[in-house]
Ligand binder design. Structure first.
Ligand code: 3H9
Length: 721
């Protein structure tokens, strides 16, 4: 085999069984060398008369993690996957897939061309291609429906979520679970099958019963379409998956279905959504690395945690620790609050049980890891404490002082602040190196985004450890330097500013929201403001005796009429009792008109395109500043923030990727057209201008010596954004 090919397959023999072990660390994707190895060794086993059966397995923790994602969009080397899989499927000797870990995408598709499938009880199987803007293109759309029925297969492929070995056995994806040594059990299983002297060992492609049953049943496809519309709005791949399964159901010839699958796969491959979603796959993994912190930085052991504050955030954060298997104490100084907080946690878990997302046994297990306490002393042994109280610097400093006094020296002290100065918080302790920001997003047990805020003294060990906790929790963790608003909320400020200005200039909340939702945002800005509560800013301004800025004049006027948003059933929209569905509020229109005219703004027709451009490019321009200051390490980090924390459509790859796709000179052109409305706001960030002038694109933050000065905290922005 040539050396340039990536990955390999190891070949060994145990009696009359050949064992092919895919070896392409860390997760065994089907790279060129693996495909070549599979072809070579299937032929070798078939040509060896002493061999009567073949086992296909993976080295390390994965079986096969799918096609090699880094090859998409490149010219692949080596044999193509379809050829290698055909050779397995038509092997003269029976082949058993011994699934030792994750069998995802092309990995499961490889297992589906084998005659038999056995997993360990830790095996995970799934077809997650949809998350990459793709469809299972190595026969998955044709074989899985034959194995488990089109309806279940569609659910699995549209959700893209993997399933456990136990569930895979129940559904018939695998034939057996090995409780002991996988290879020994696999050999015994094959010996039994060989002993049966079958004329032919079963092939999934021949199992037509379940697809024939679905022929003529329109519900199967219409239910899948409804599911895709609900959960994957705006995405291209789900429709393609459904079309493939339609072929699996209706085409008599398996190979015709396979041909259709290839055509539809190719259409996904060249669709811009695929590039955007693969950018996010690699972007999430890149975000978890901190450029100037060595990979080998030792991690501090985290075996217990403490949370200060049992409100919505504190409770959600506690659930994250418990879900990751880390025992956690929840501290509140008010007994009633604590009781209420524990009640909310219990209710949240119960809801998961009711929706079938968790068993009662799992609920009891995680709930058993969460212990309420009223005393700081109880936190003396924790490895990490996370403060989650309301945004008040003095209060947080007090809490950190207490935590510093009570916890062991090695403990990390983290603040869930959404905007306060981490260095100011760290200064109240004797261990600033162990202080860090962990900005979870609400609801913390649901939202994947975690901004990890790096103070000027946060040590490498602290940062690396907190990033690894994020991974244990299944979060998308992104590092931000300690600057006002960090990454997400700082970008959001310009976005909501533009939405508010559009309202003053003549658009209505419903038009702004609809335009941005059709762009793909999960929720328009006015629905979002109603959800968060319009009264927060209004109260803060009143308290600080600050005059209402122009952009906030309408929302403050609504607050004066007790229209605080969802909490009072009226804000920019009206809400019926107990419902979150927004209804237009025509009674507000007089207020909009009055405030526009008071401020000499002539209301006009505004196009949906202008709404989208102004709101999204506001994100981009602030993103460019964040990048040039080095607050974010790379532009992809901001894409991860926006997709996981702010409902930006994944299929557009995040705001910075979107700007790169648009072309930065086009971004500048659009911005300069808006500068007649607001010259100051639309001044391009110097980095954006520089990149546009040089036909460049957003990427890594500039080297430290070339960075713009970091936006610093001052009294005006101490309250968070
Ligand atoms: C497909 O199969 C298409 C076919 O249907 C049709 C073909 C014709 N390729 O996530 P981790 C890298 S599409 C290349 O941190 P974990 C990853 O970038 C594929 N590289 O580990 C990272 O690199 P680095 C369908 C891959 O333990 C390193 O491996 N399959 C691939 O947390 C470790 O990854 C999928 O969508 C790959 N396929 O999680 C599965 N996978 O160290 C994608 C990973 O440089 N993979 N890498 O940052 C996963 O979901 C997770 O990686 C997995 C392990 C659960 C397997």
């Amino acid at each position: 085999m040539t050396n340039e090919l990536k990955g390999k397959v190891n070949y060994s023999v145990n009696g009359n069984i050949a064992i092919l072990e895919v070896d392409n660390p860390p997760v065994n994707p089907l790279s060129s060398g693996v495909r070549a190895g599979l072809s070579e060794y299937i032929a070798k086993a078939n040509n060896d008369e002493s061999i009567e059966g073949i086992i296909l397995t993976g080295a390390g923790r994965s079986f096969i993690a799918g096609a090699d994602i880094s090859e998409f969009g490149q010219k692949p080397d080596g044999p193509d996957l379809h050829t290698a899989l055909k050779e397995i499927e038509f092997s003269k000797k029976p082949v058993l897939a011994a699934i030792n870990g994750t069998a995802l995408g092309g990995g499961l598709e490889t297992a589906l061309v084998c005659n038999y499938r056995m997993g360990t009880n830790k095996a995970i199987v799934g077809l997650p291609e949809v998350n990459l803007g793709l469809l299972p293109g190595a026969g998955g759309t044709q074989r899985l429906p034959r194995l488990i029925g089109p309806s279940q297969a569609l659910k699995m492929m549209i959700a893209g979520t993997p399933m456990s070995a136990k569930k895979a056995l129940q559904q018939g994806v695998i034939d057996a679970i090995s409780e002991n040594s996988l290879i020994d059990d696999a050999i015994a299983f094959l010996h039994e099958k060989i002993g049966l002297n079958l004329i032919e060992h079963p092939k999934v492609r021949d199992k037509n019963e379940k697809v024939l049953e679905a022929r003529g049943d329109d519900n199967v496809l219409s239910e899948a379409k409804a599911l895709a519309a609900k959960t994957r709005r705006g995405q291209f791949a789900p429709g393609q998956i459904i079309a493939c399964v339609e072929a699996a159901i209706n085409e008599d010839d398996f190979d015709v279905g396979m041909k259709k699958e290839s055509e539809y796969f190719l259409e996904c491959l060249v669709n811009p959504q695929r590039e955007a979603m693969i950018h996010i796959f690699f972007g999430e993994r890149a975000a978890s690395k901190i450029s100037d912190i060595p990979k080998e930085t030792p991690l501090l052991p985290i075996n217990s945690a403490g949370i200060v504050g049992s409100g919505t955030m504190g409770g959600g954060i506690a659930m994250n620790f418990a879900n990751a298997g880390i025992p956690v104490l929840v501290l509140d100084q008010d007994e009633k609050n604590l009781e209420r907080g524990m009640g909310v946690i219990e209710k949240n878990y119960q809801m998961m049980v009711d929706r079938g997302r968790m068993t009662q046994e799992q609920k009891d297990m995680v709930l058993g890891l969460i212990t309420p306490t009223l005393s700081y002393e109880d936190l003396s042994d924790v490895d990490i404490a996370v403060e989650a109280v309301y945004e008040n610097l003095e209060l947080k400093q007090e809490i950190f002082k207490s935590l510093d006094a009570v916890t062991k020296d090695h403990a990390i002290l983290a603040s869930n602040t959404s905007g306060l100065d981490i260095d100011a918080i760290a200064s109240s302790t004797k261990r600033p190196g162990k202080v860090v920001g962990t900005h979870f997003f609400s609801p913390a047990n649901v939202m994947r985004l975690l901004e990890v805020v790096r103070g000027k003294d946060s040590s490498d060990e602290t940062m690396a450890t907190v990033m690894s906790i994020g991974k244990r929790m299944g979060k998308a963790a992104v590092v931000s330097l300690n600057a006002p608003g960090f990454i997400g909320n700082r970008m959001l400020a310009g976005y909501t500013y533009q939405a508010n200005m559009l309202l003053l200039e003549g658009a209505l909340p419903n038009q702004v929201d609809s335009a941005l939702e059709s762009f793909g945002m999960s929720m328009g800005p006015f629905r979002m403001m109603d959800l968060v509560g319009l009264d927060l800013g209004w109260r803060a301004r009143k308290l600080a005796n600050i005059e209402t800025p122009l952009a906030n004049k309408i929302s403050d006027a609504l607050c004066e009429q007790d229209r605080f948003g969802q909490k009072t059933s009226k804000g920019f929209y009206n809400y019926s009792e107990g419902s979150r569905a927004p209804n237009p509020a025509p009674e507000n229109e007089a207020i909009y008109k009055e405030i526009s005219s008071q401020n000499n703004i002539e209301r006009r027709e505004i196009s949906d395109q202008e709404i989208i451009d102004r709101c999204i490019l506001a994100l981009v321009n602030e993103g460019a500043r964040i990048l040039e200051e080095g607050v974010a390490q790379r532009s992809g980090d901001m894409d991860i923030v926006y997709i996981n924390g702010y409902g930006f459509p994944i299929w557009r790859g995040g705001p910075m990727f979107y700007a790169n796709q648009l072309g930065l000179s086009e971004v500048i052109n659009k911005m300069s057209a808006f500068s007649k409305l607001d010259e100051n706001f639309w001044k391009p960030a110097p980095l954006l201008q520089k990149l546009a002038d040089n036909s460049g694109a957003f990427g890594e933050a500039p080297a430290p010596e070339e960075r713009a000065q970091l936006l610093s905290f001052n009294k005006a922005n101490m309250g968070g954004v």
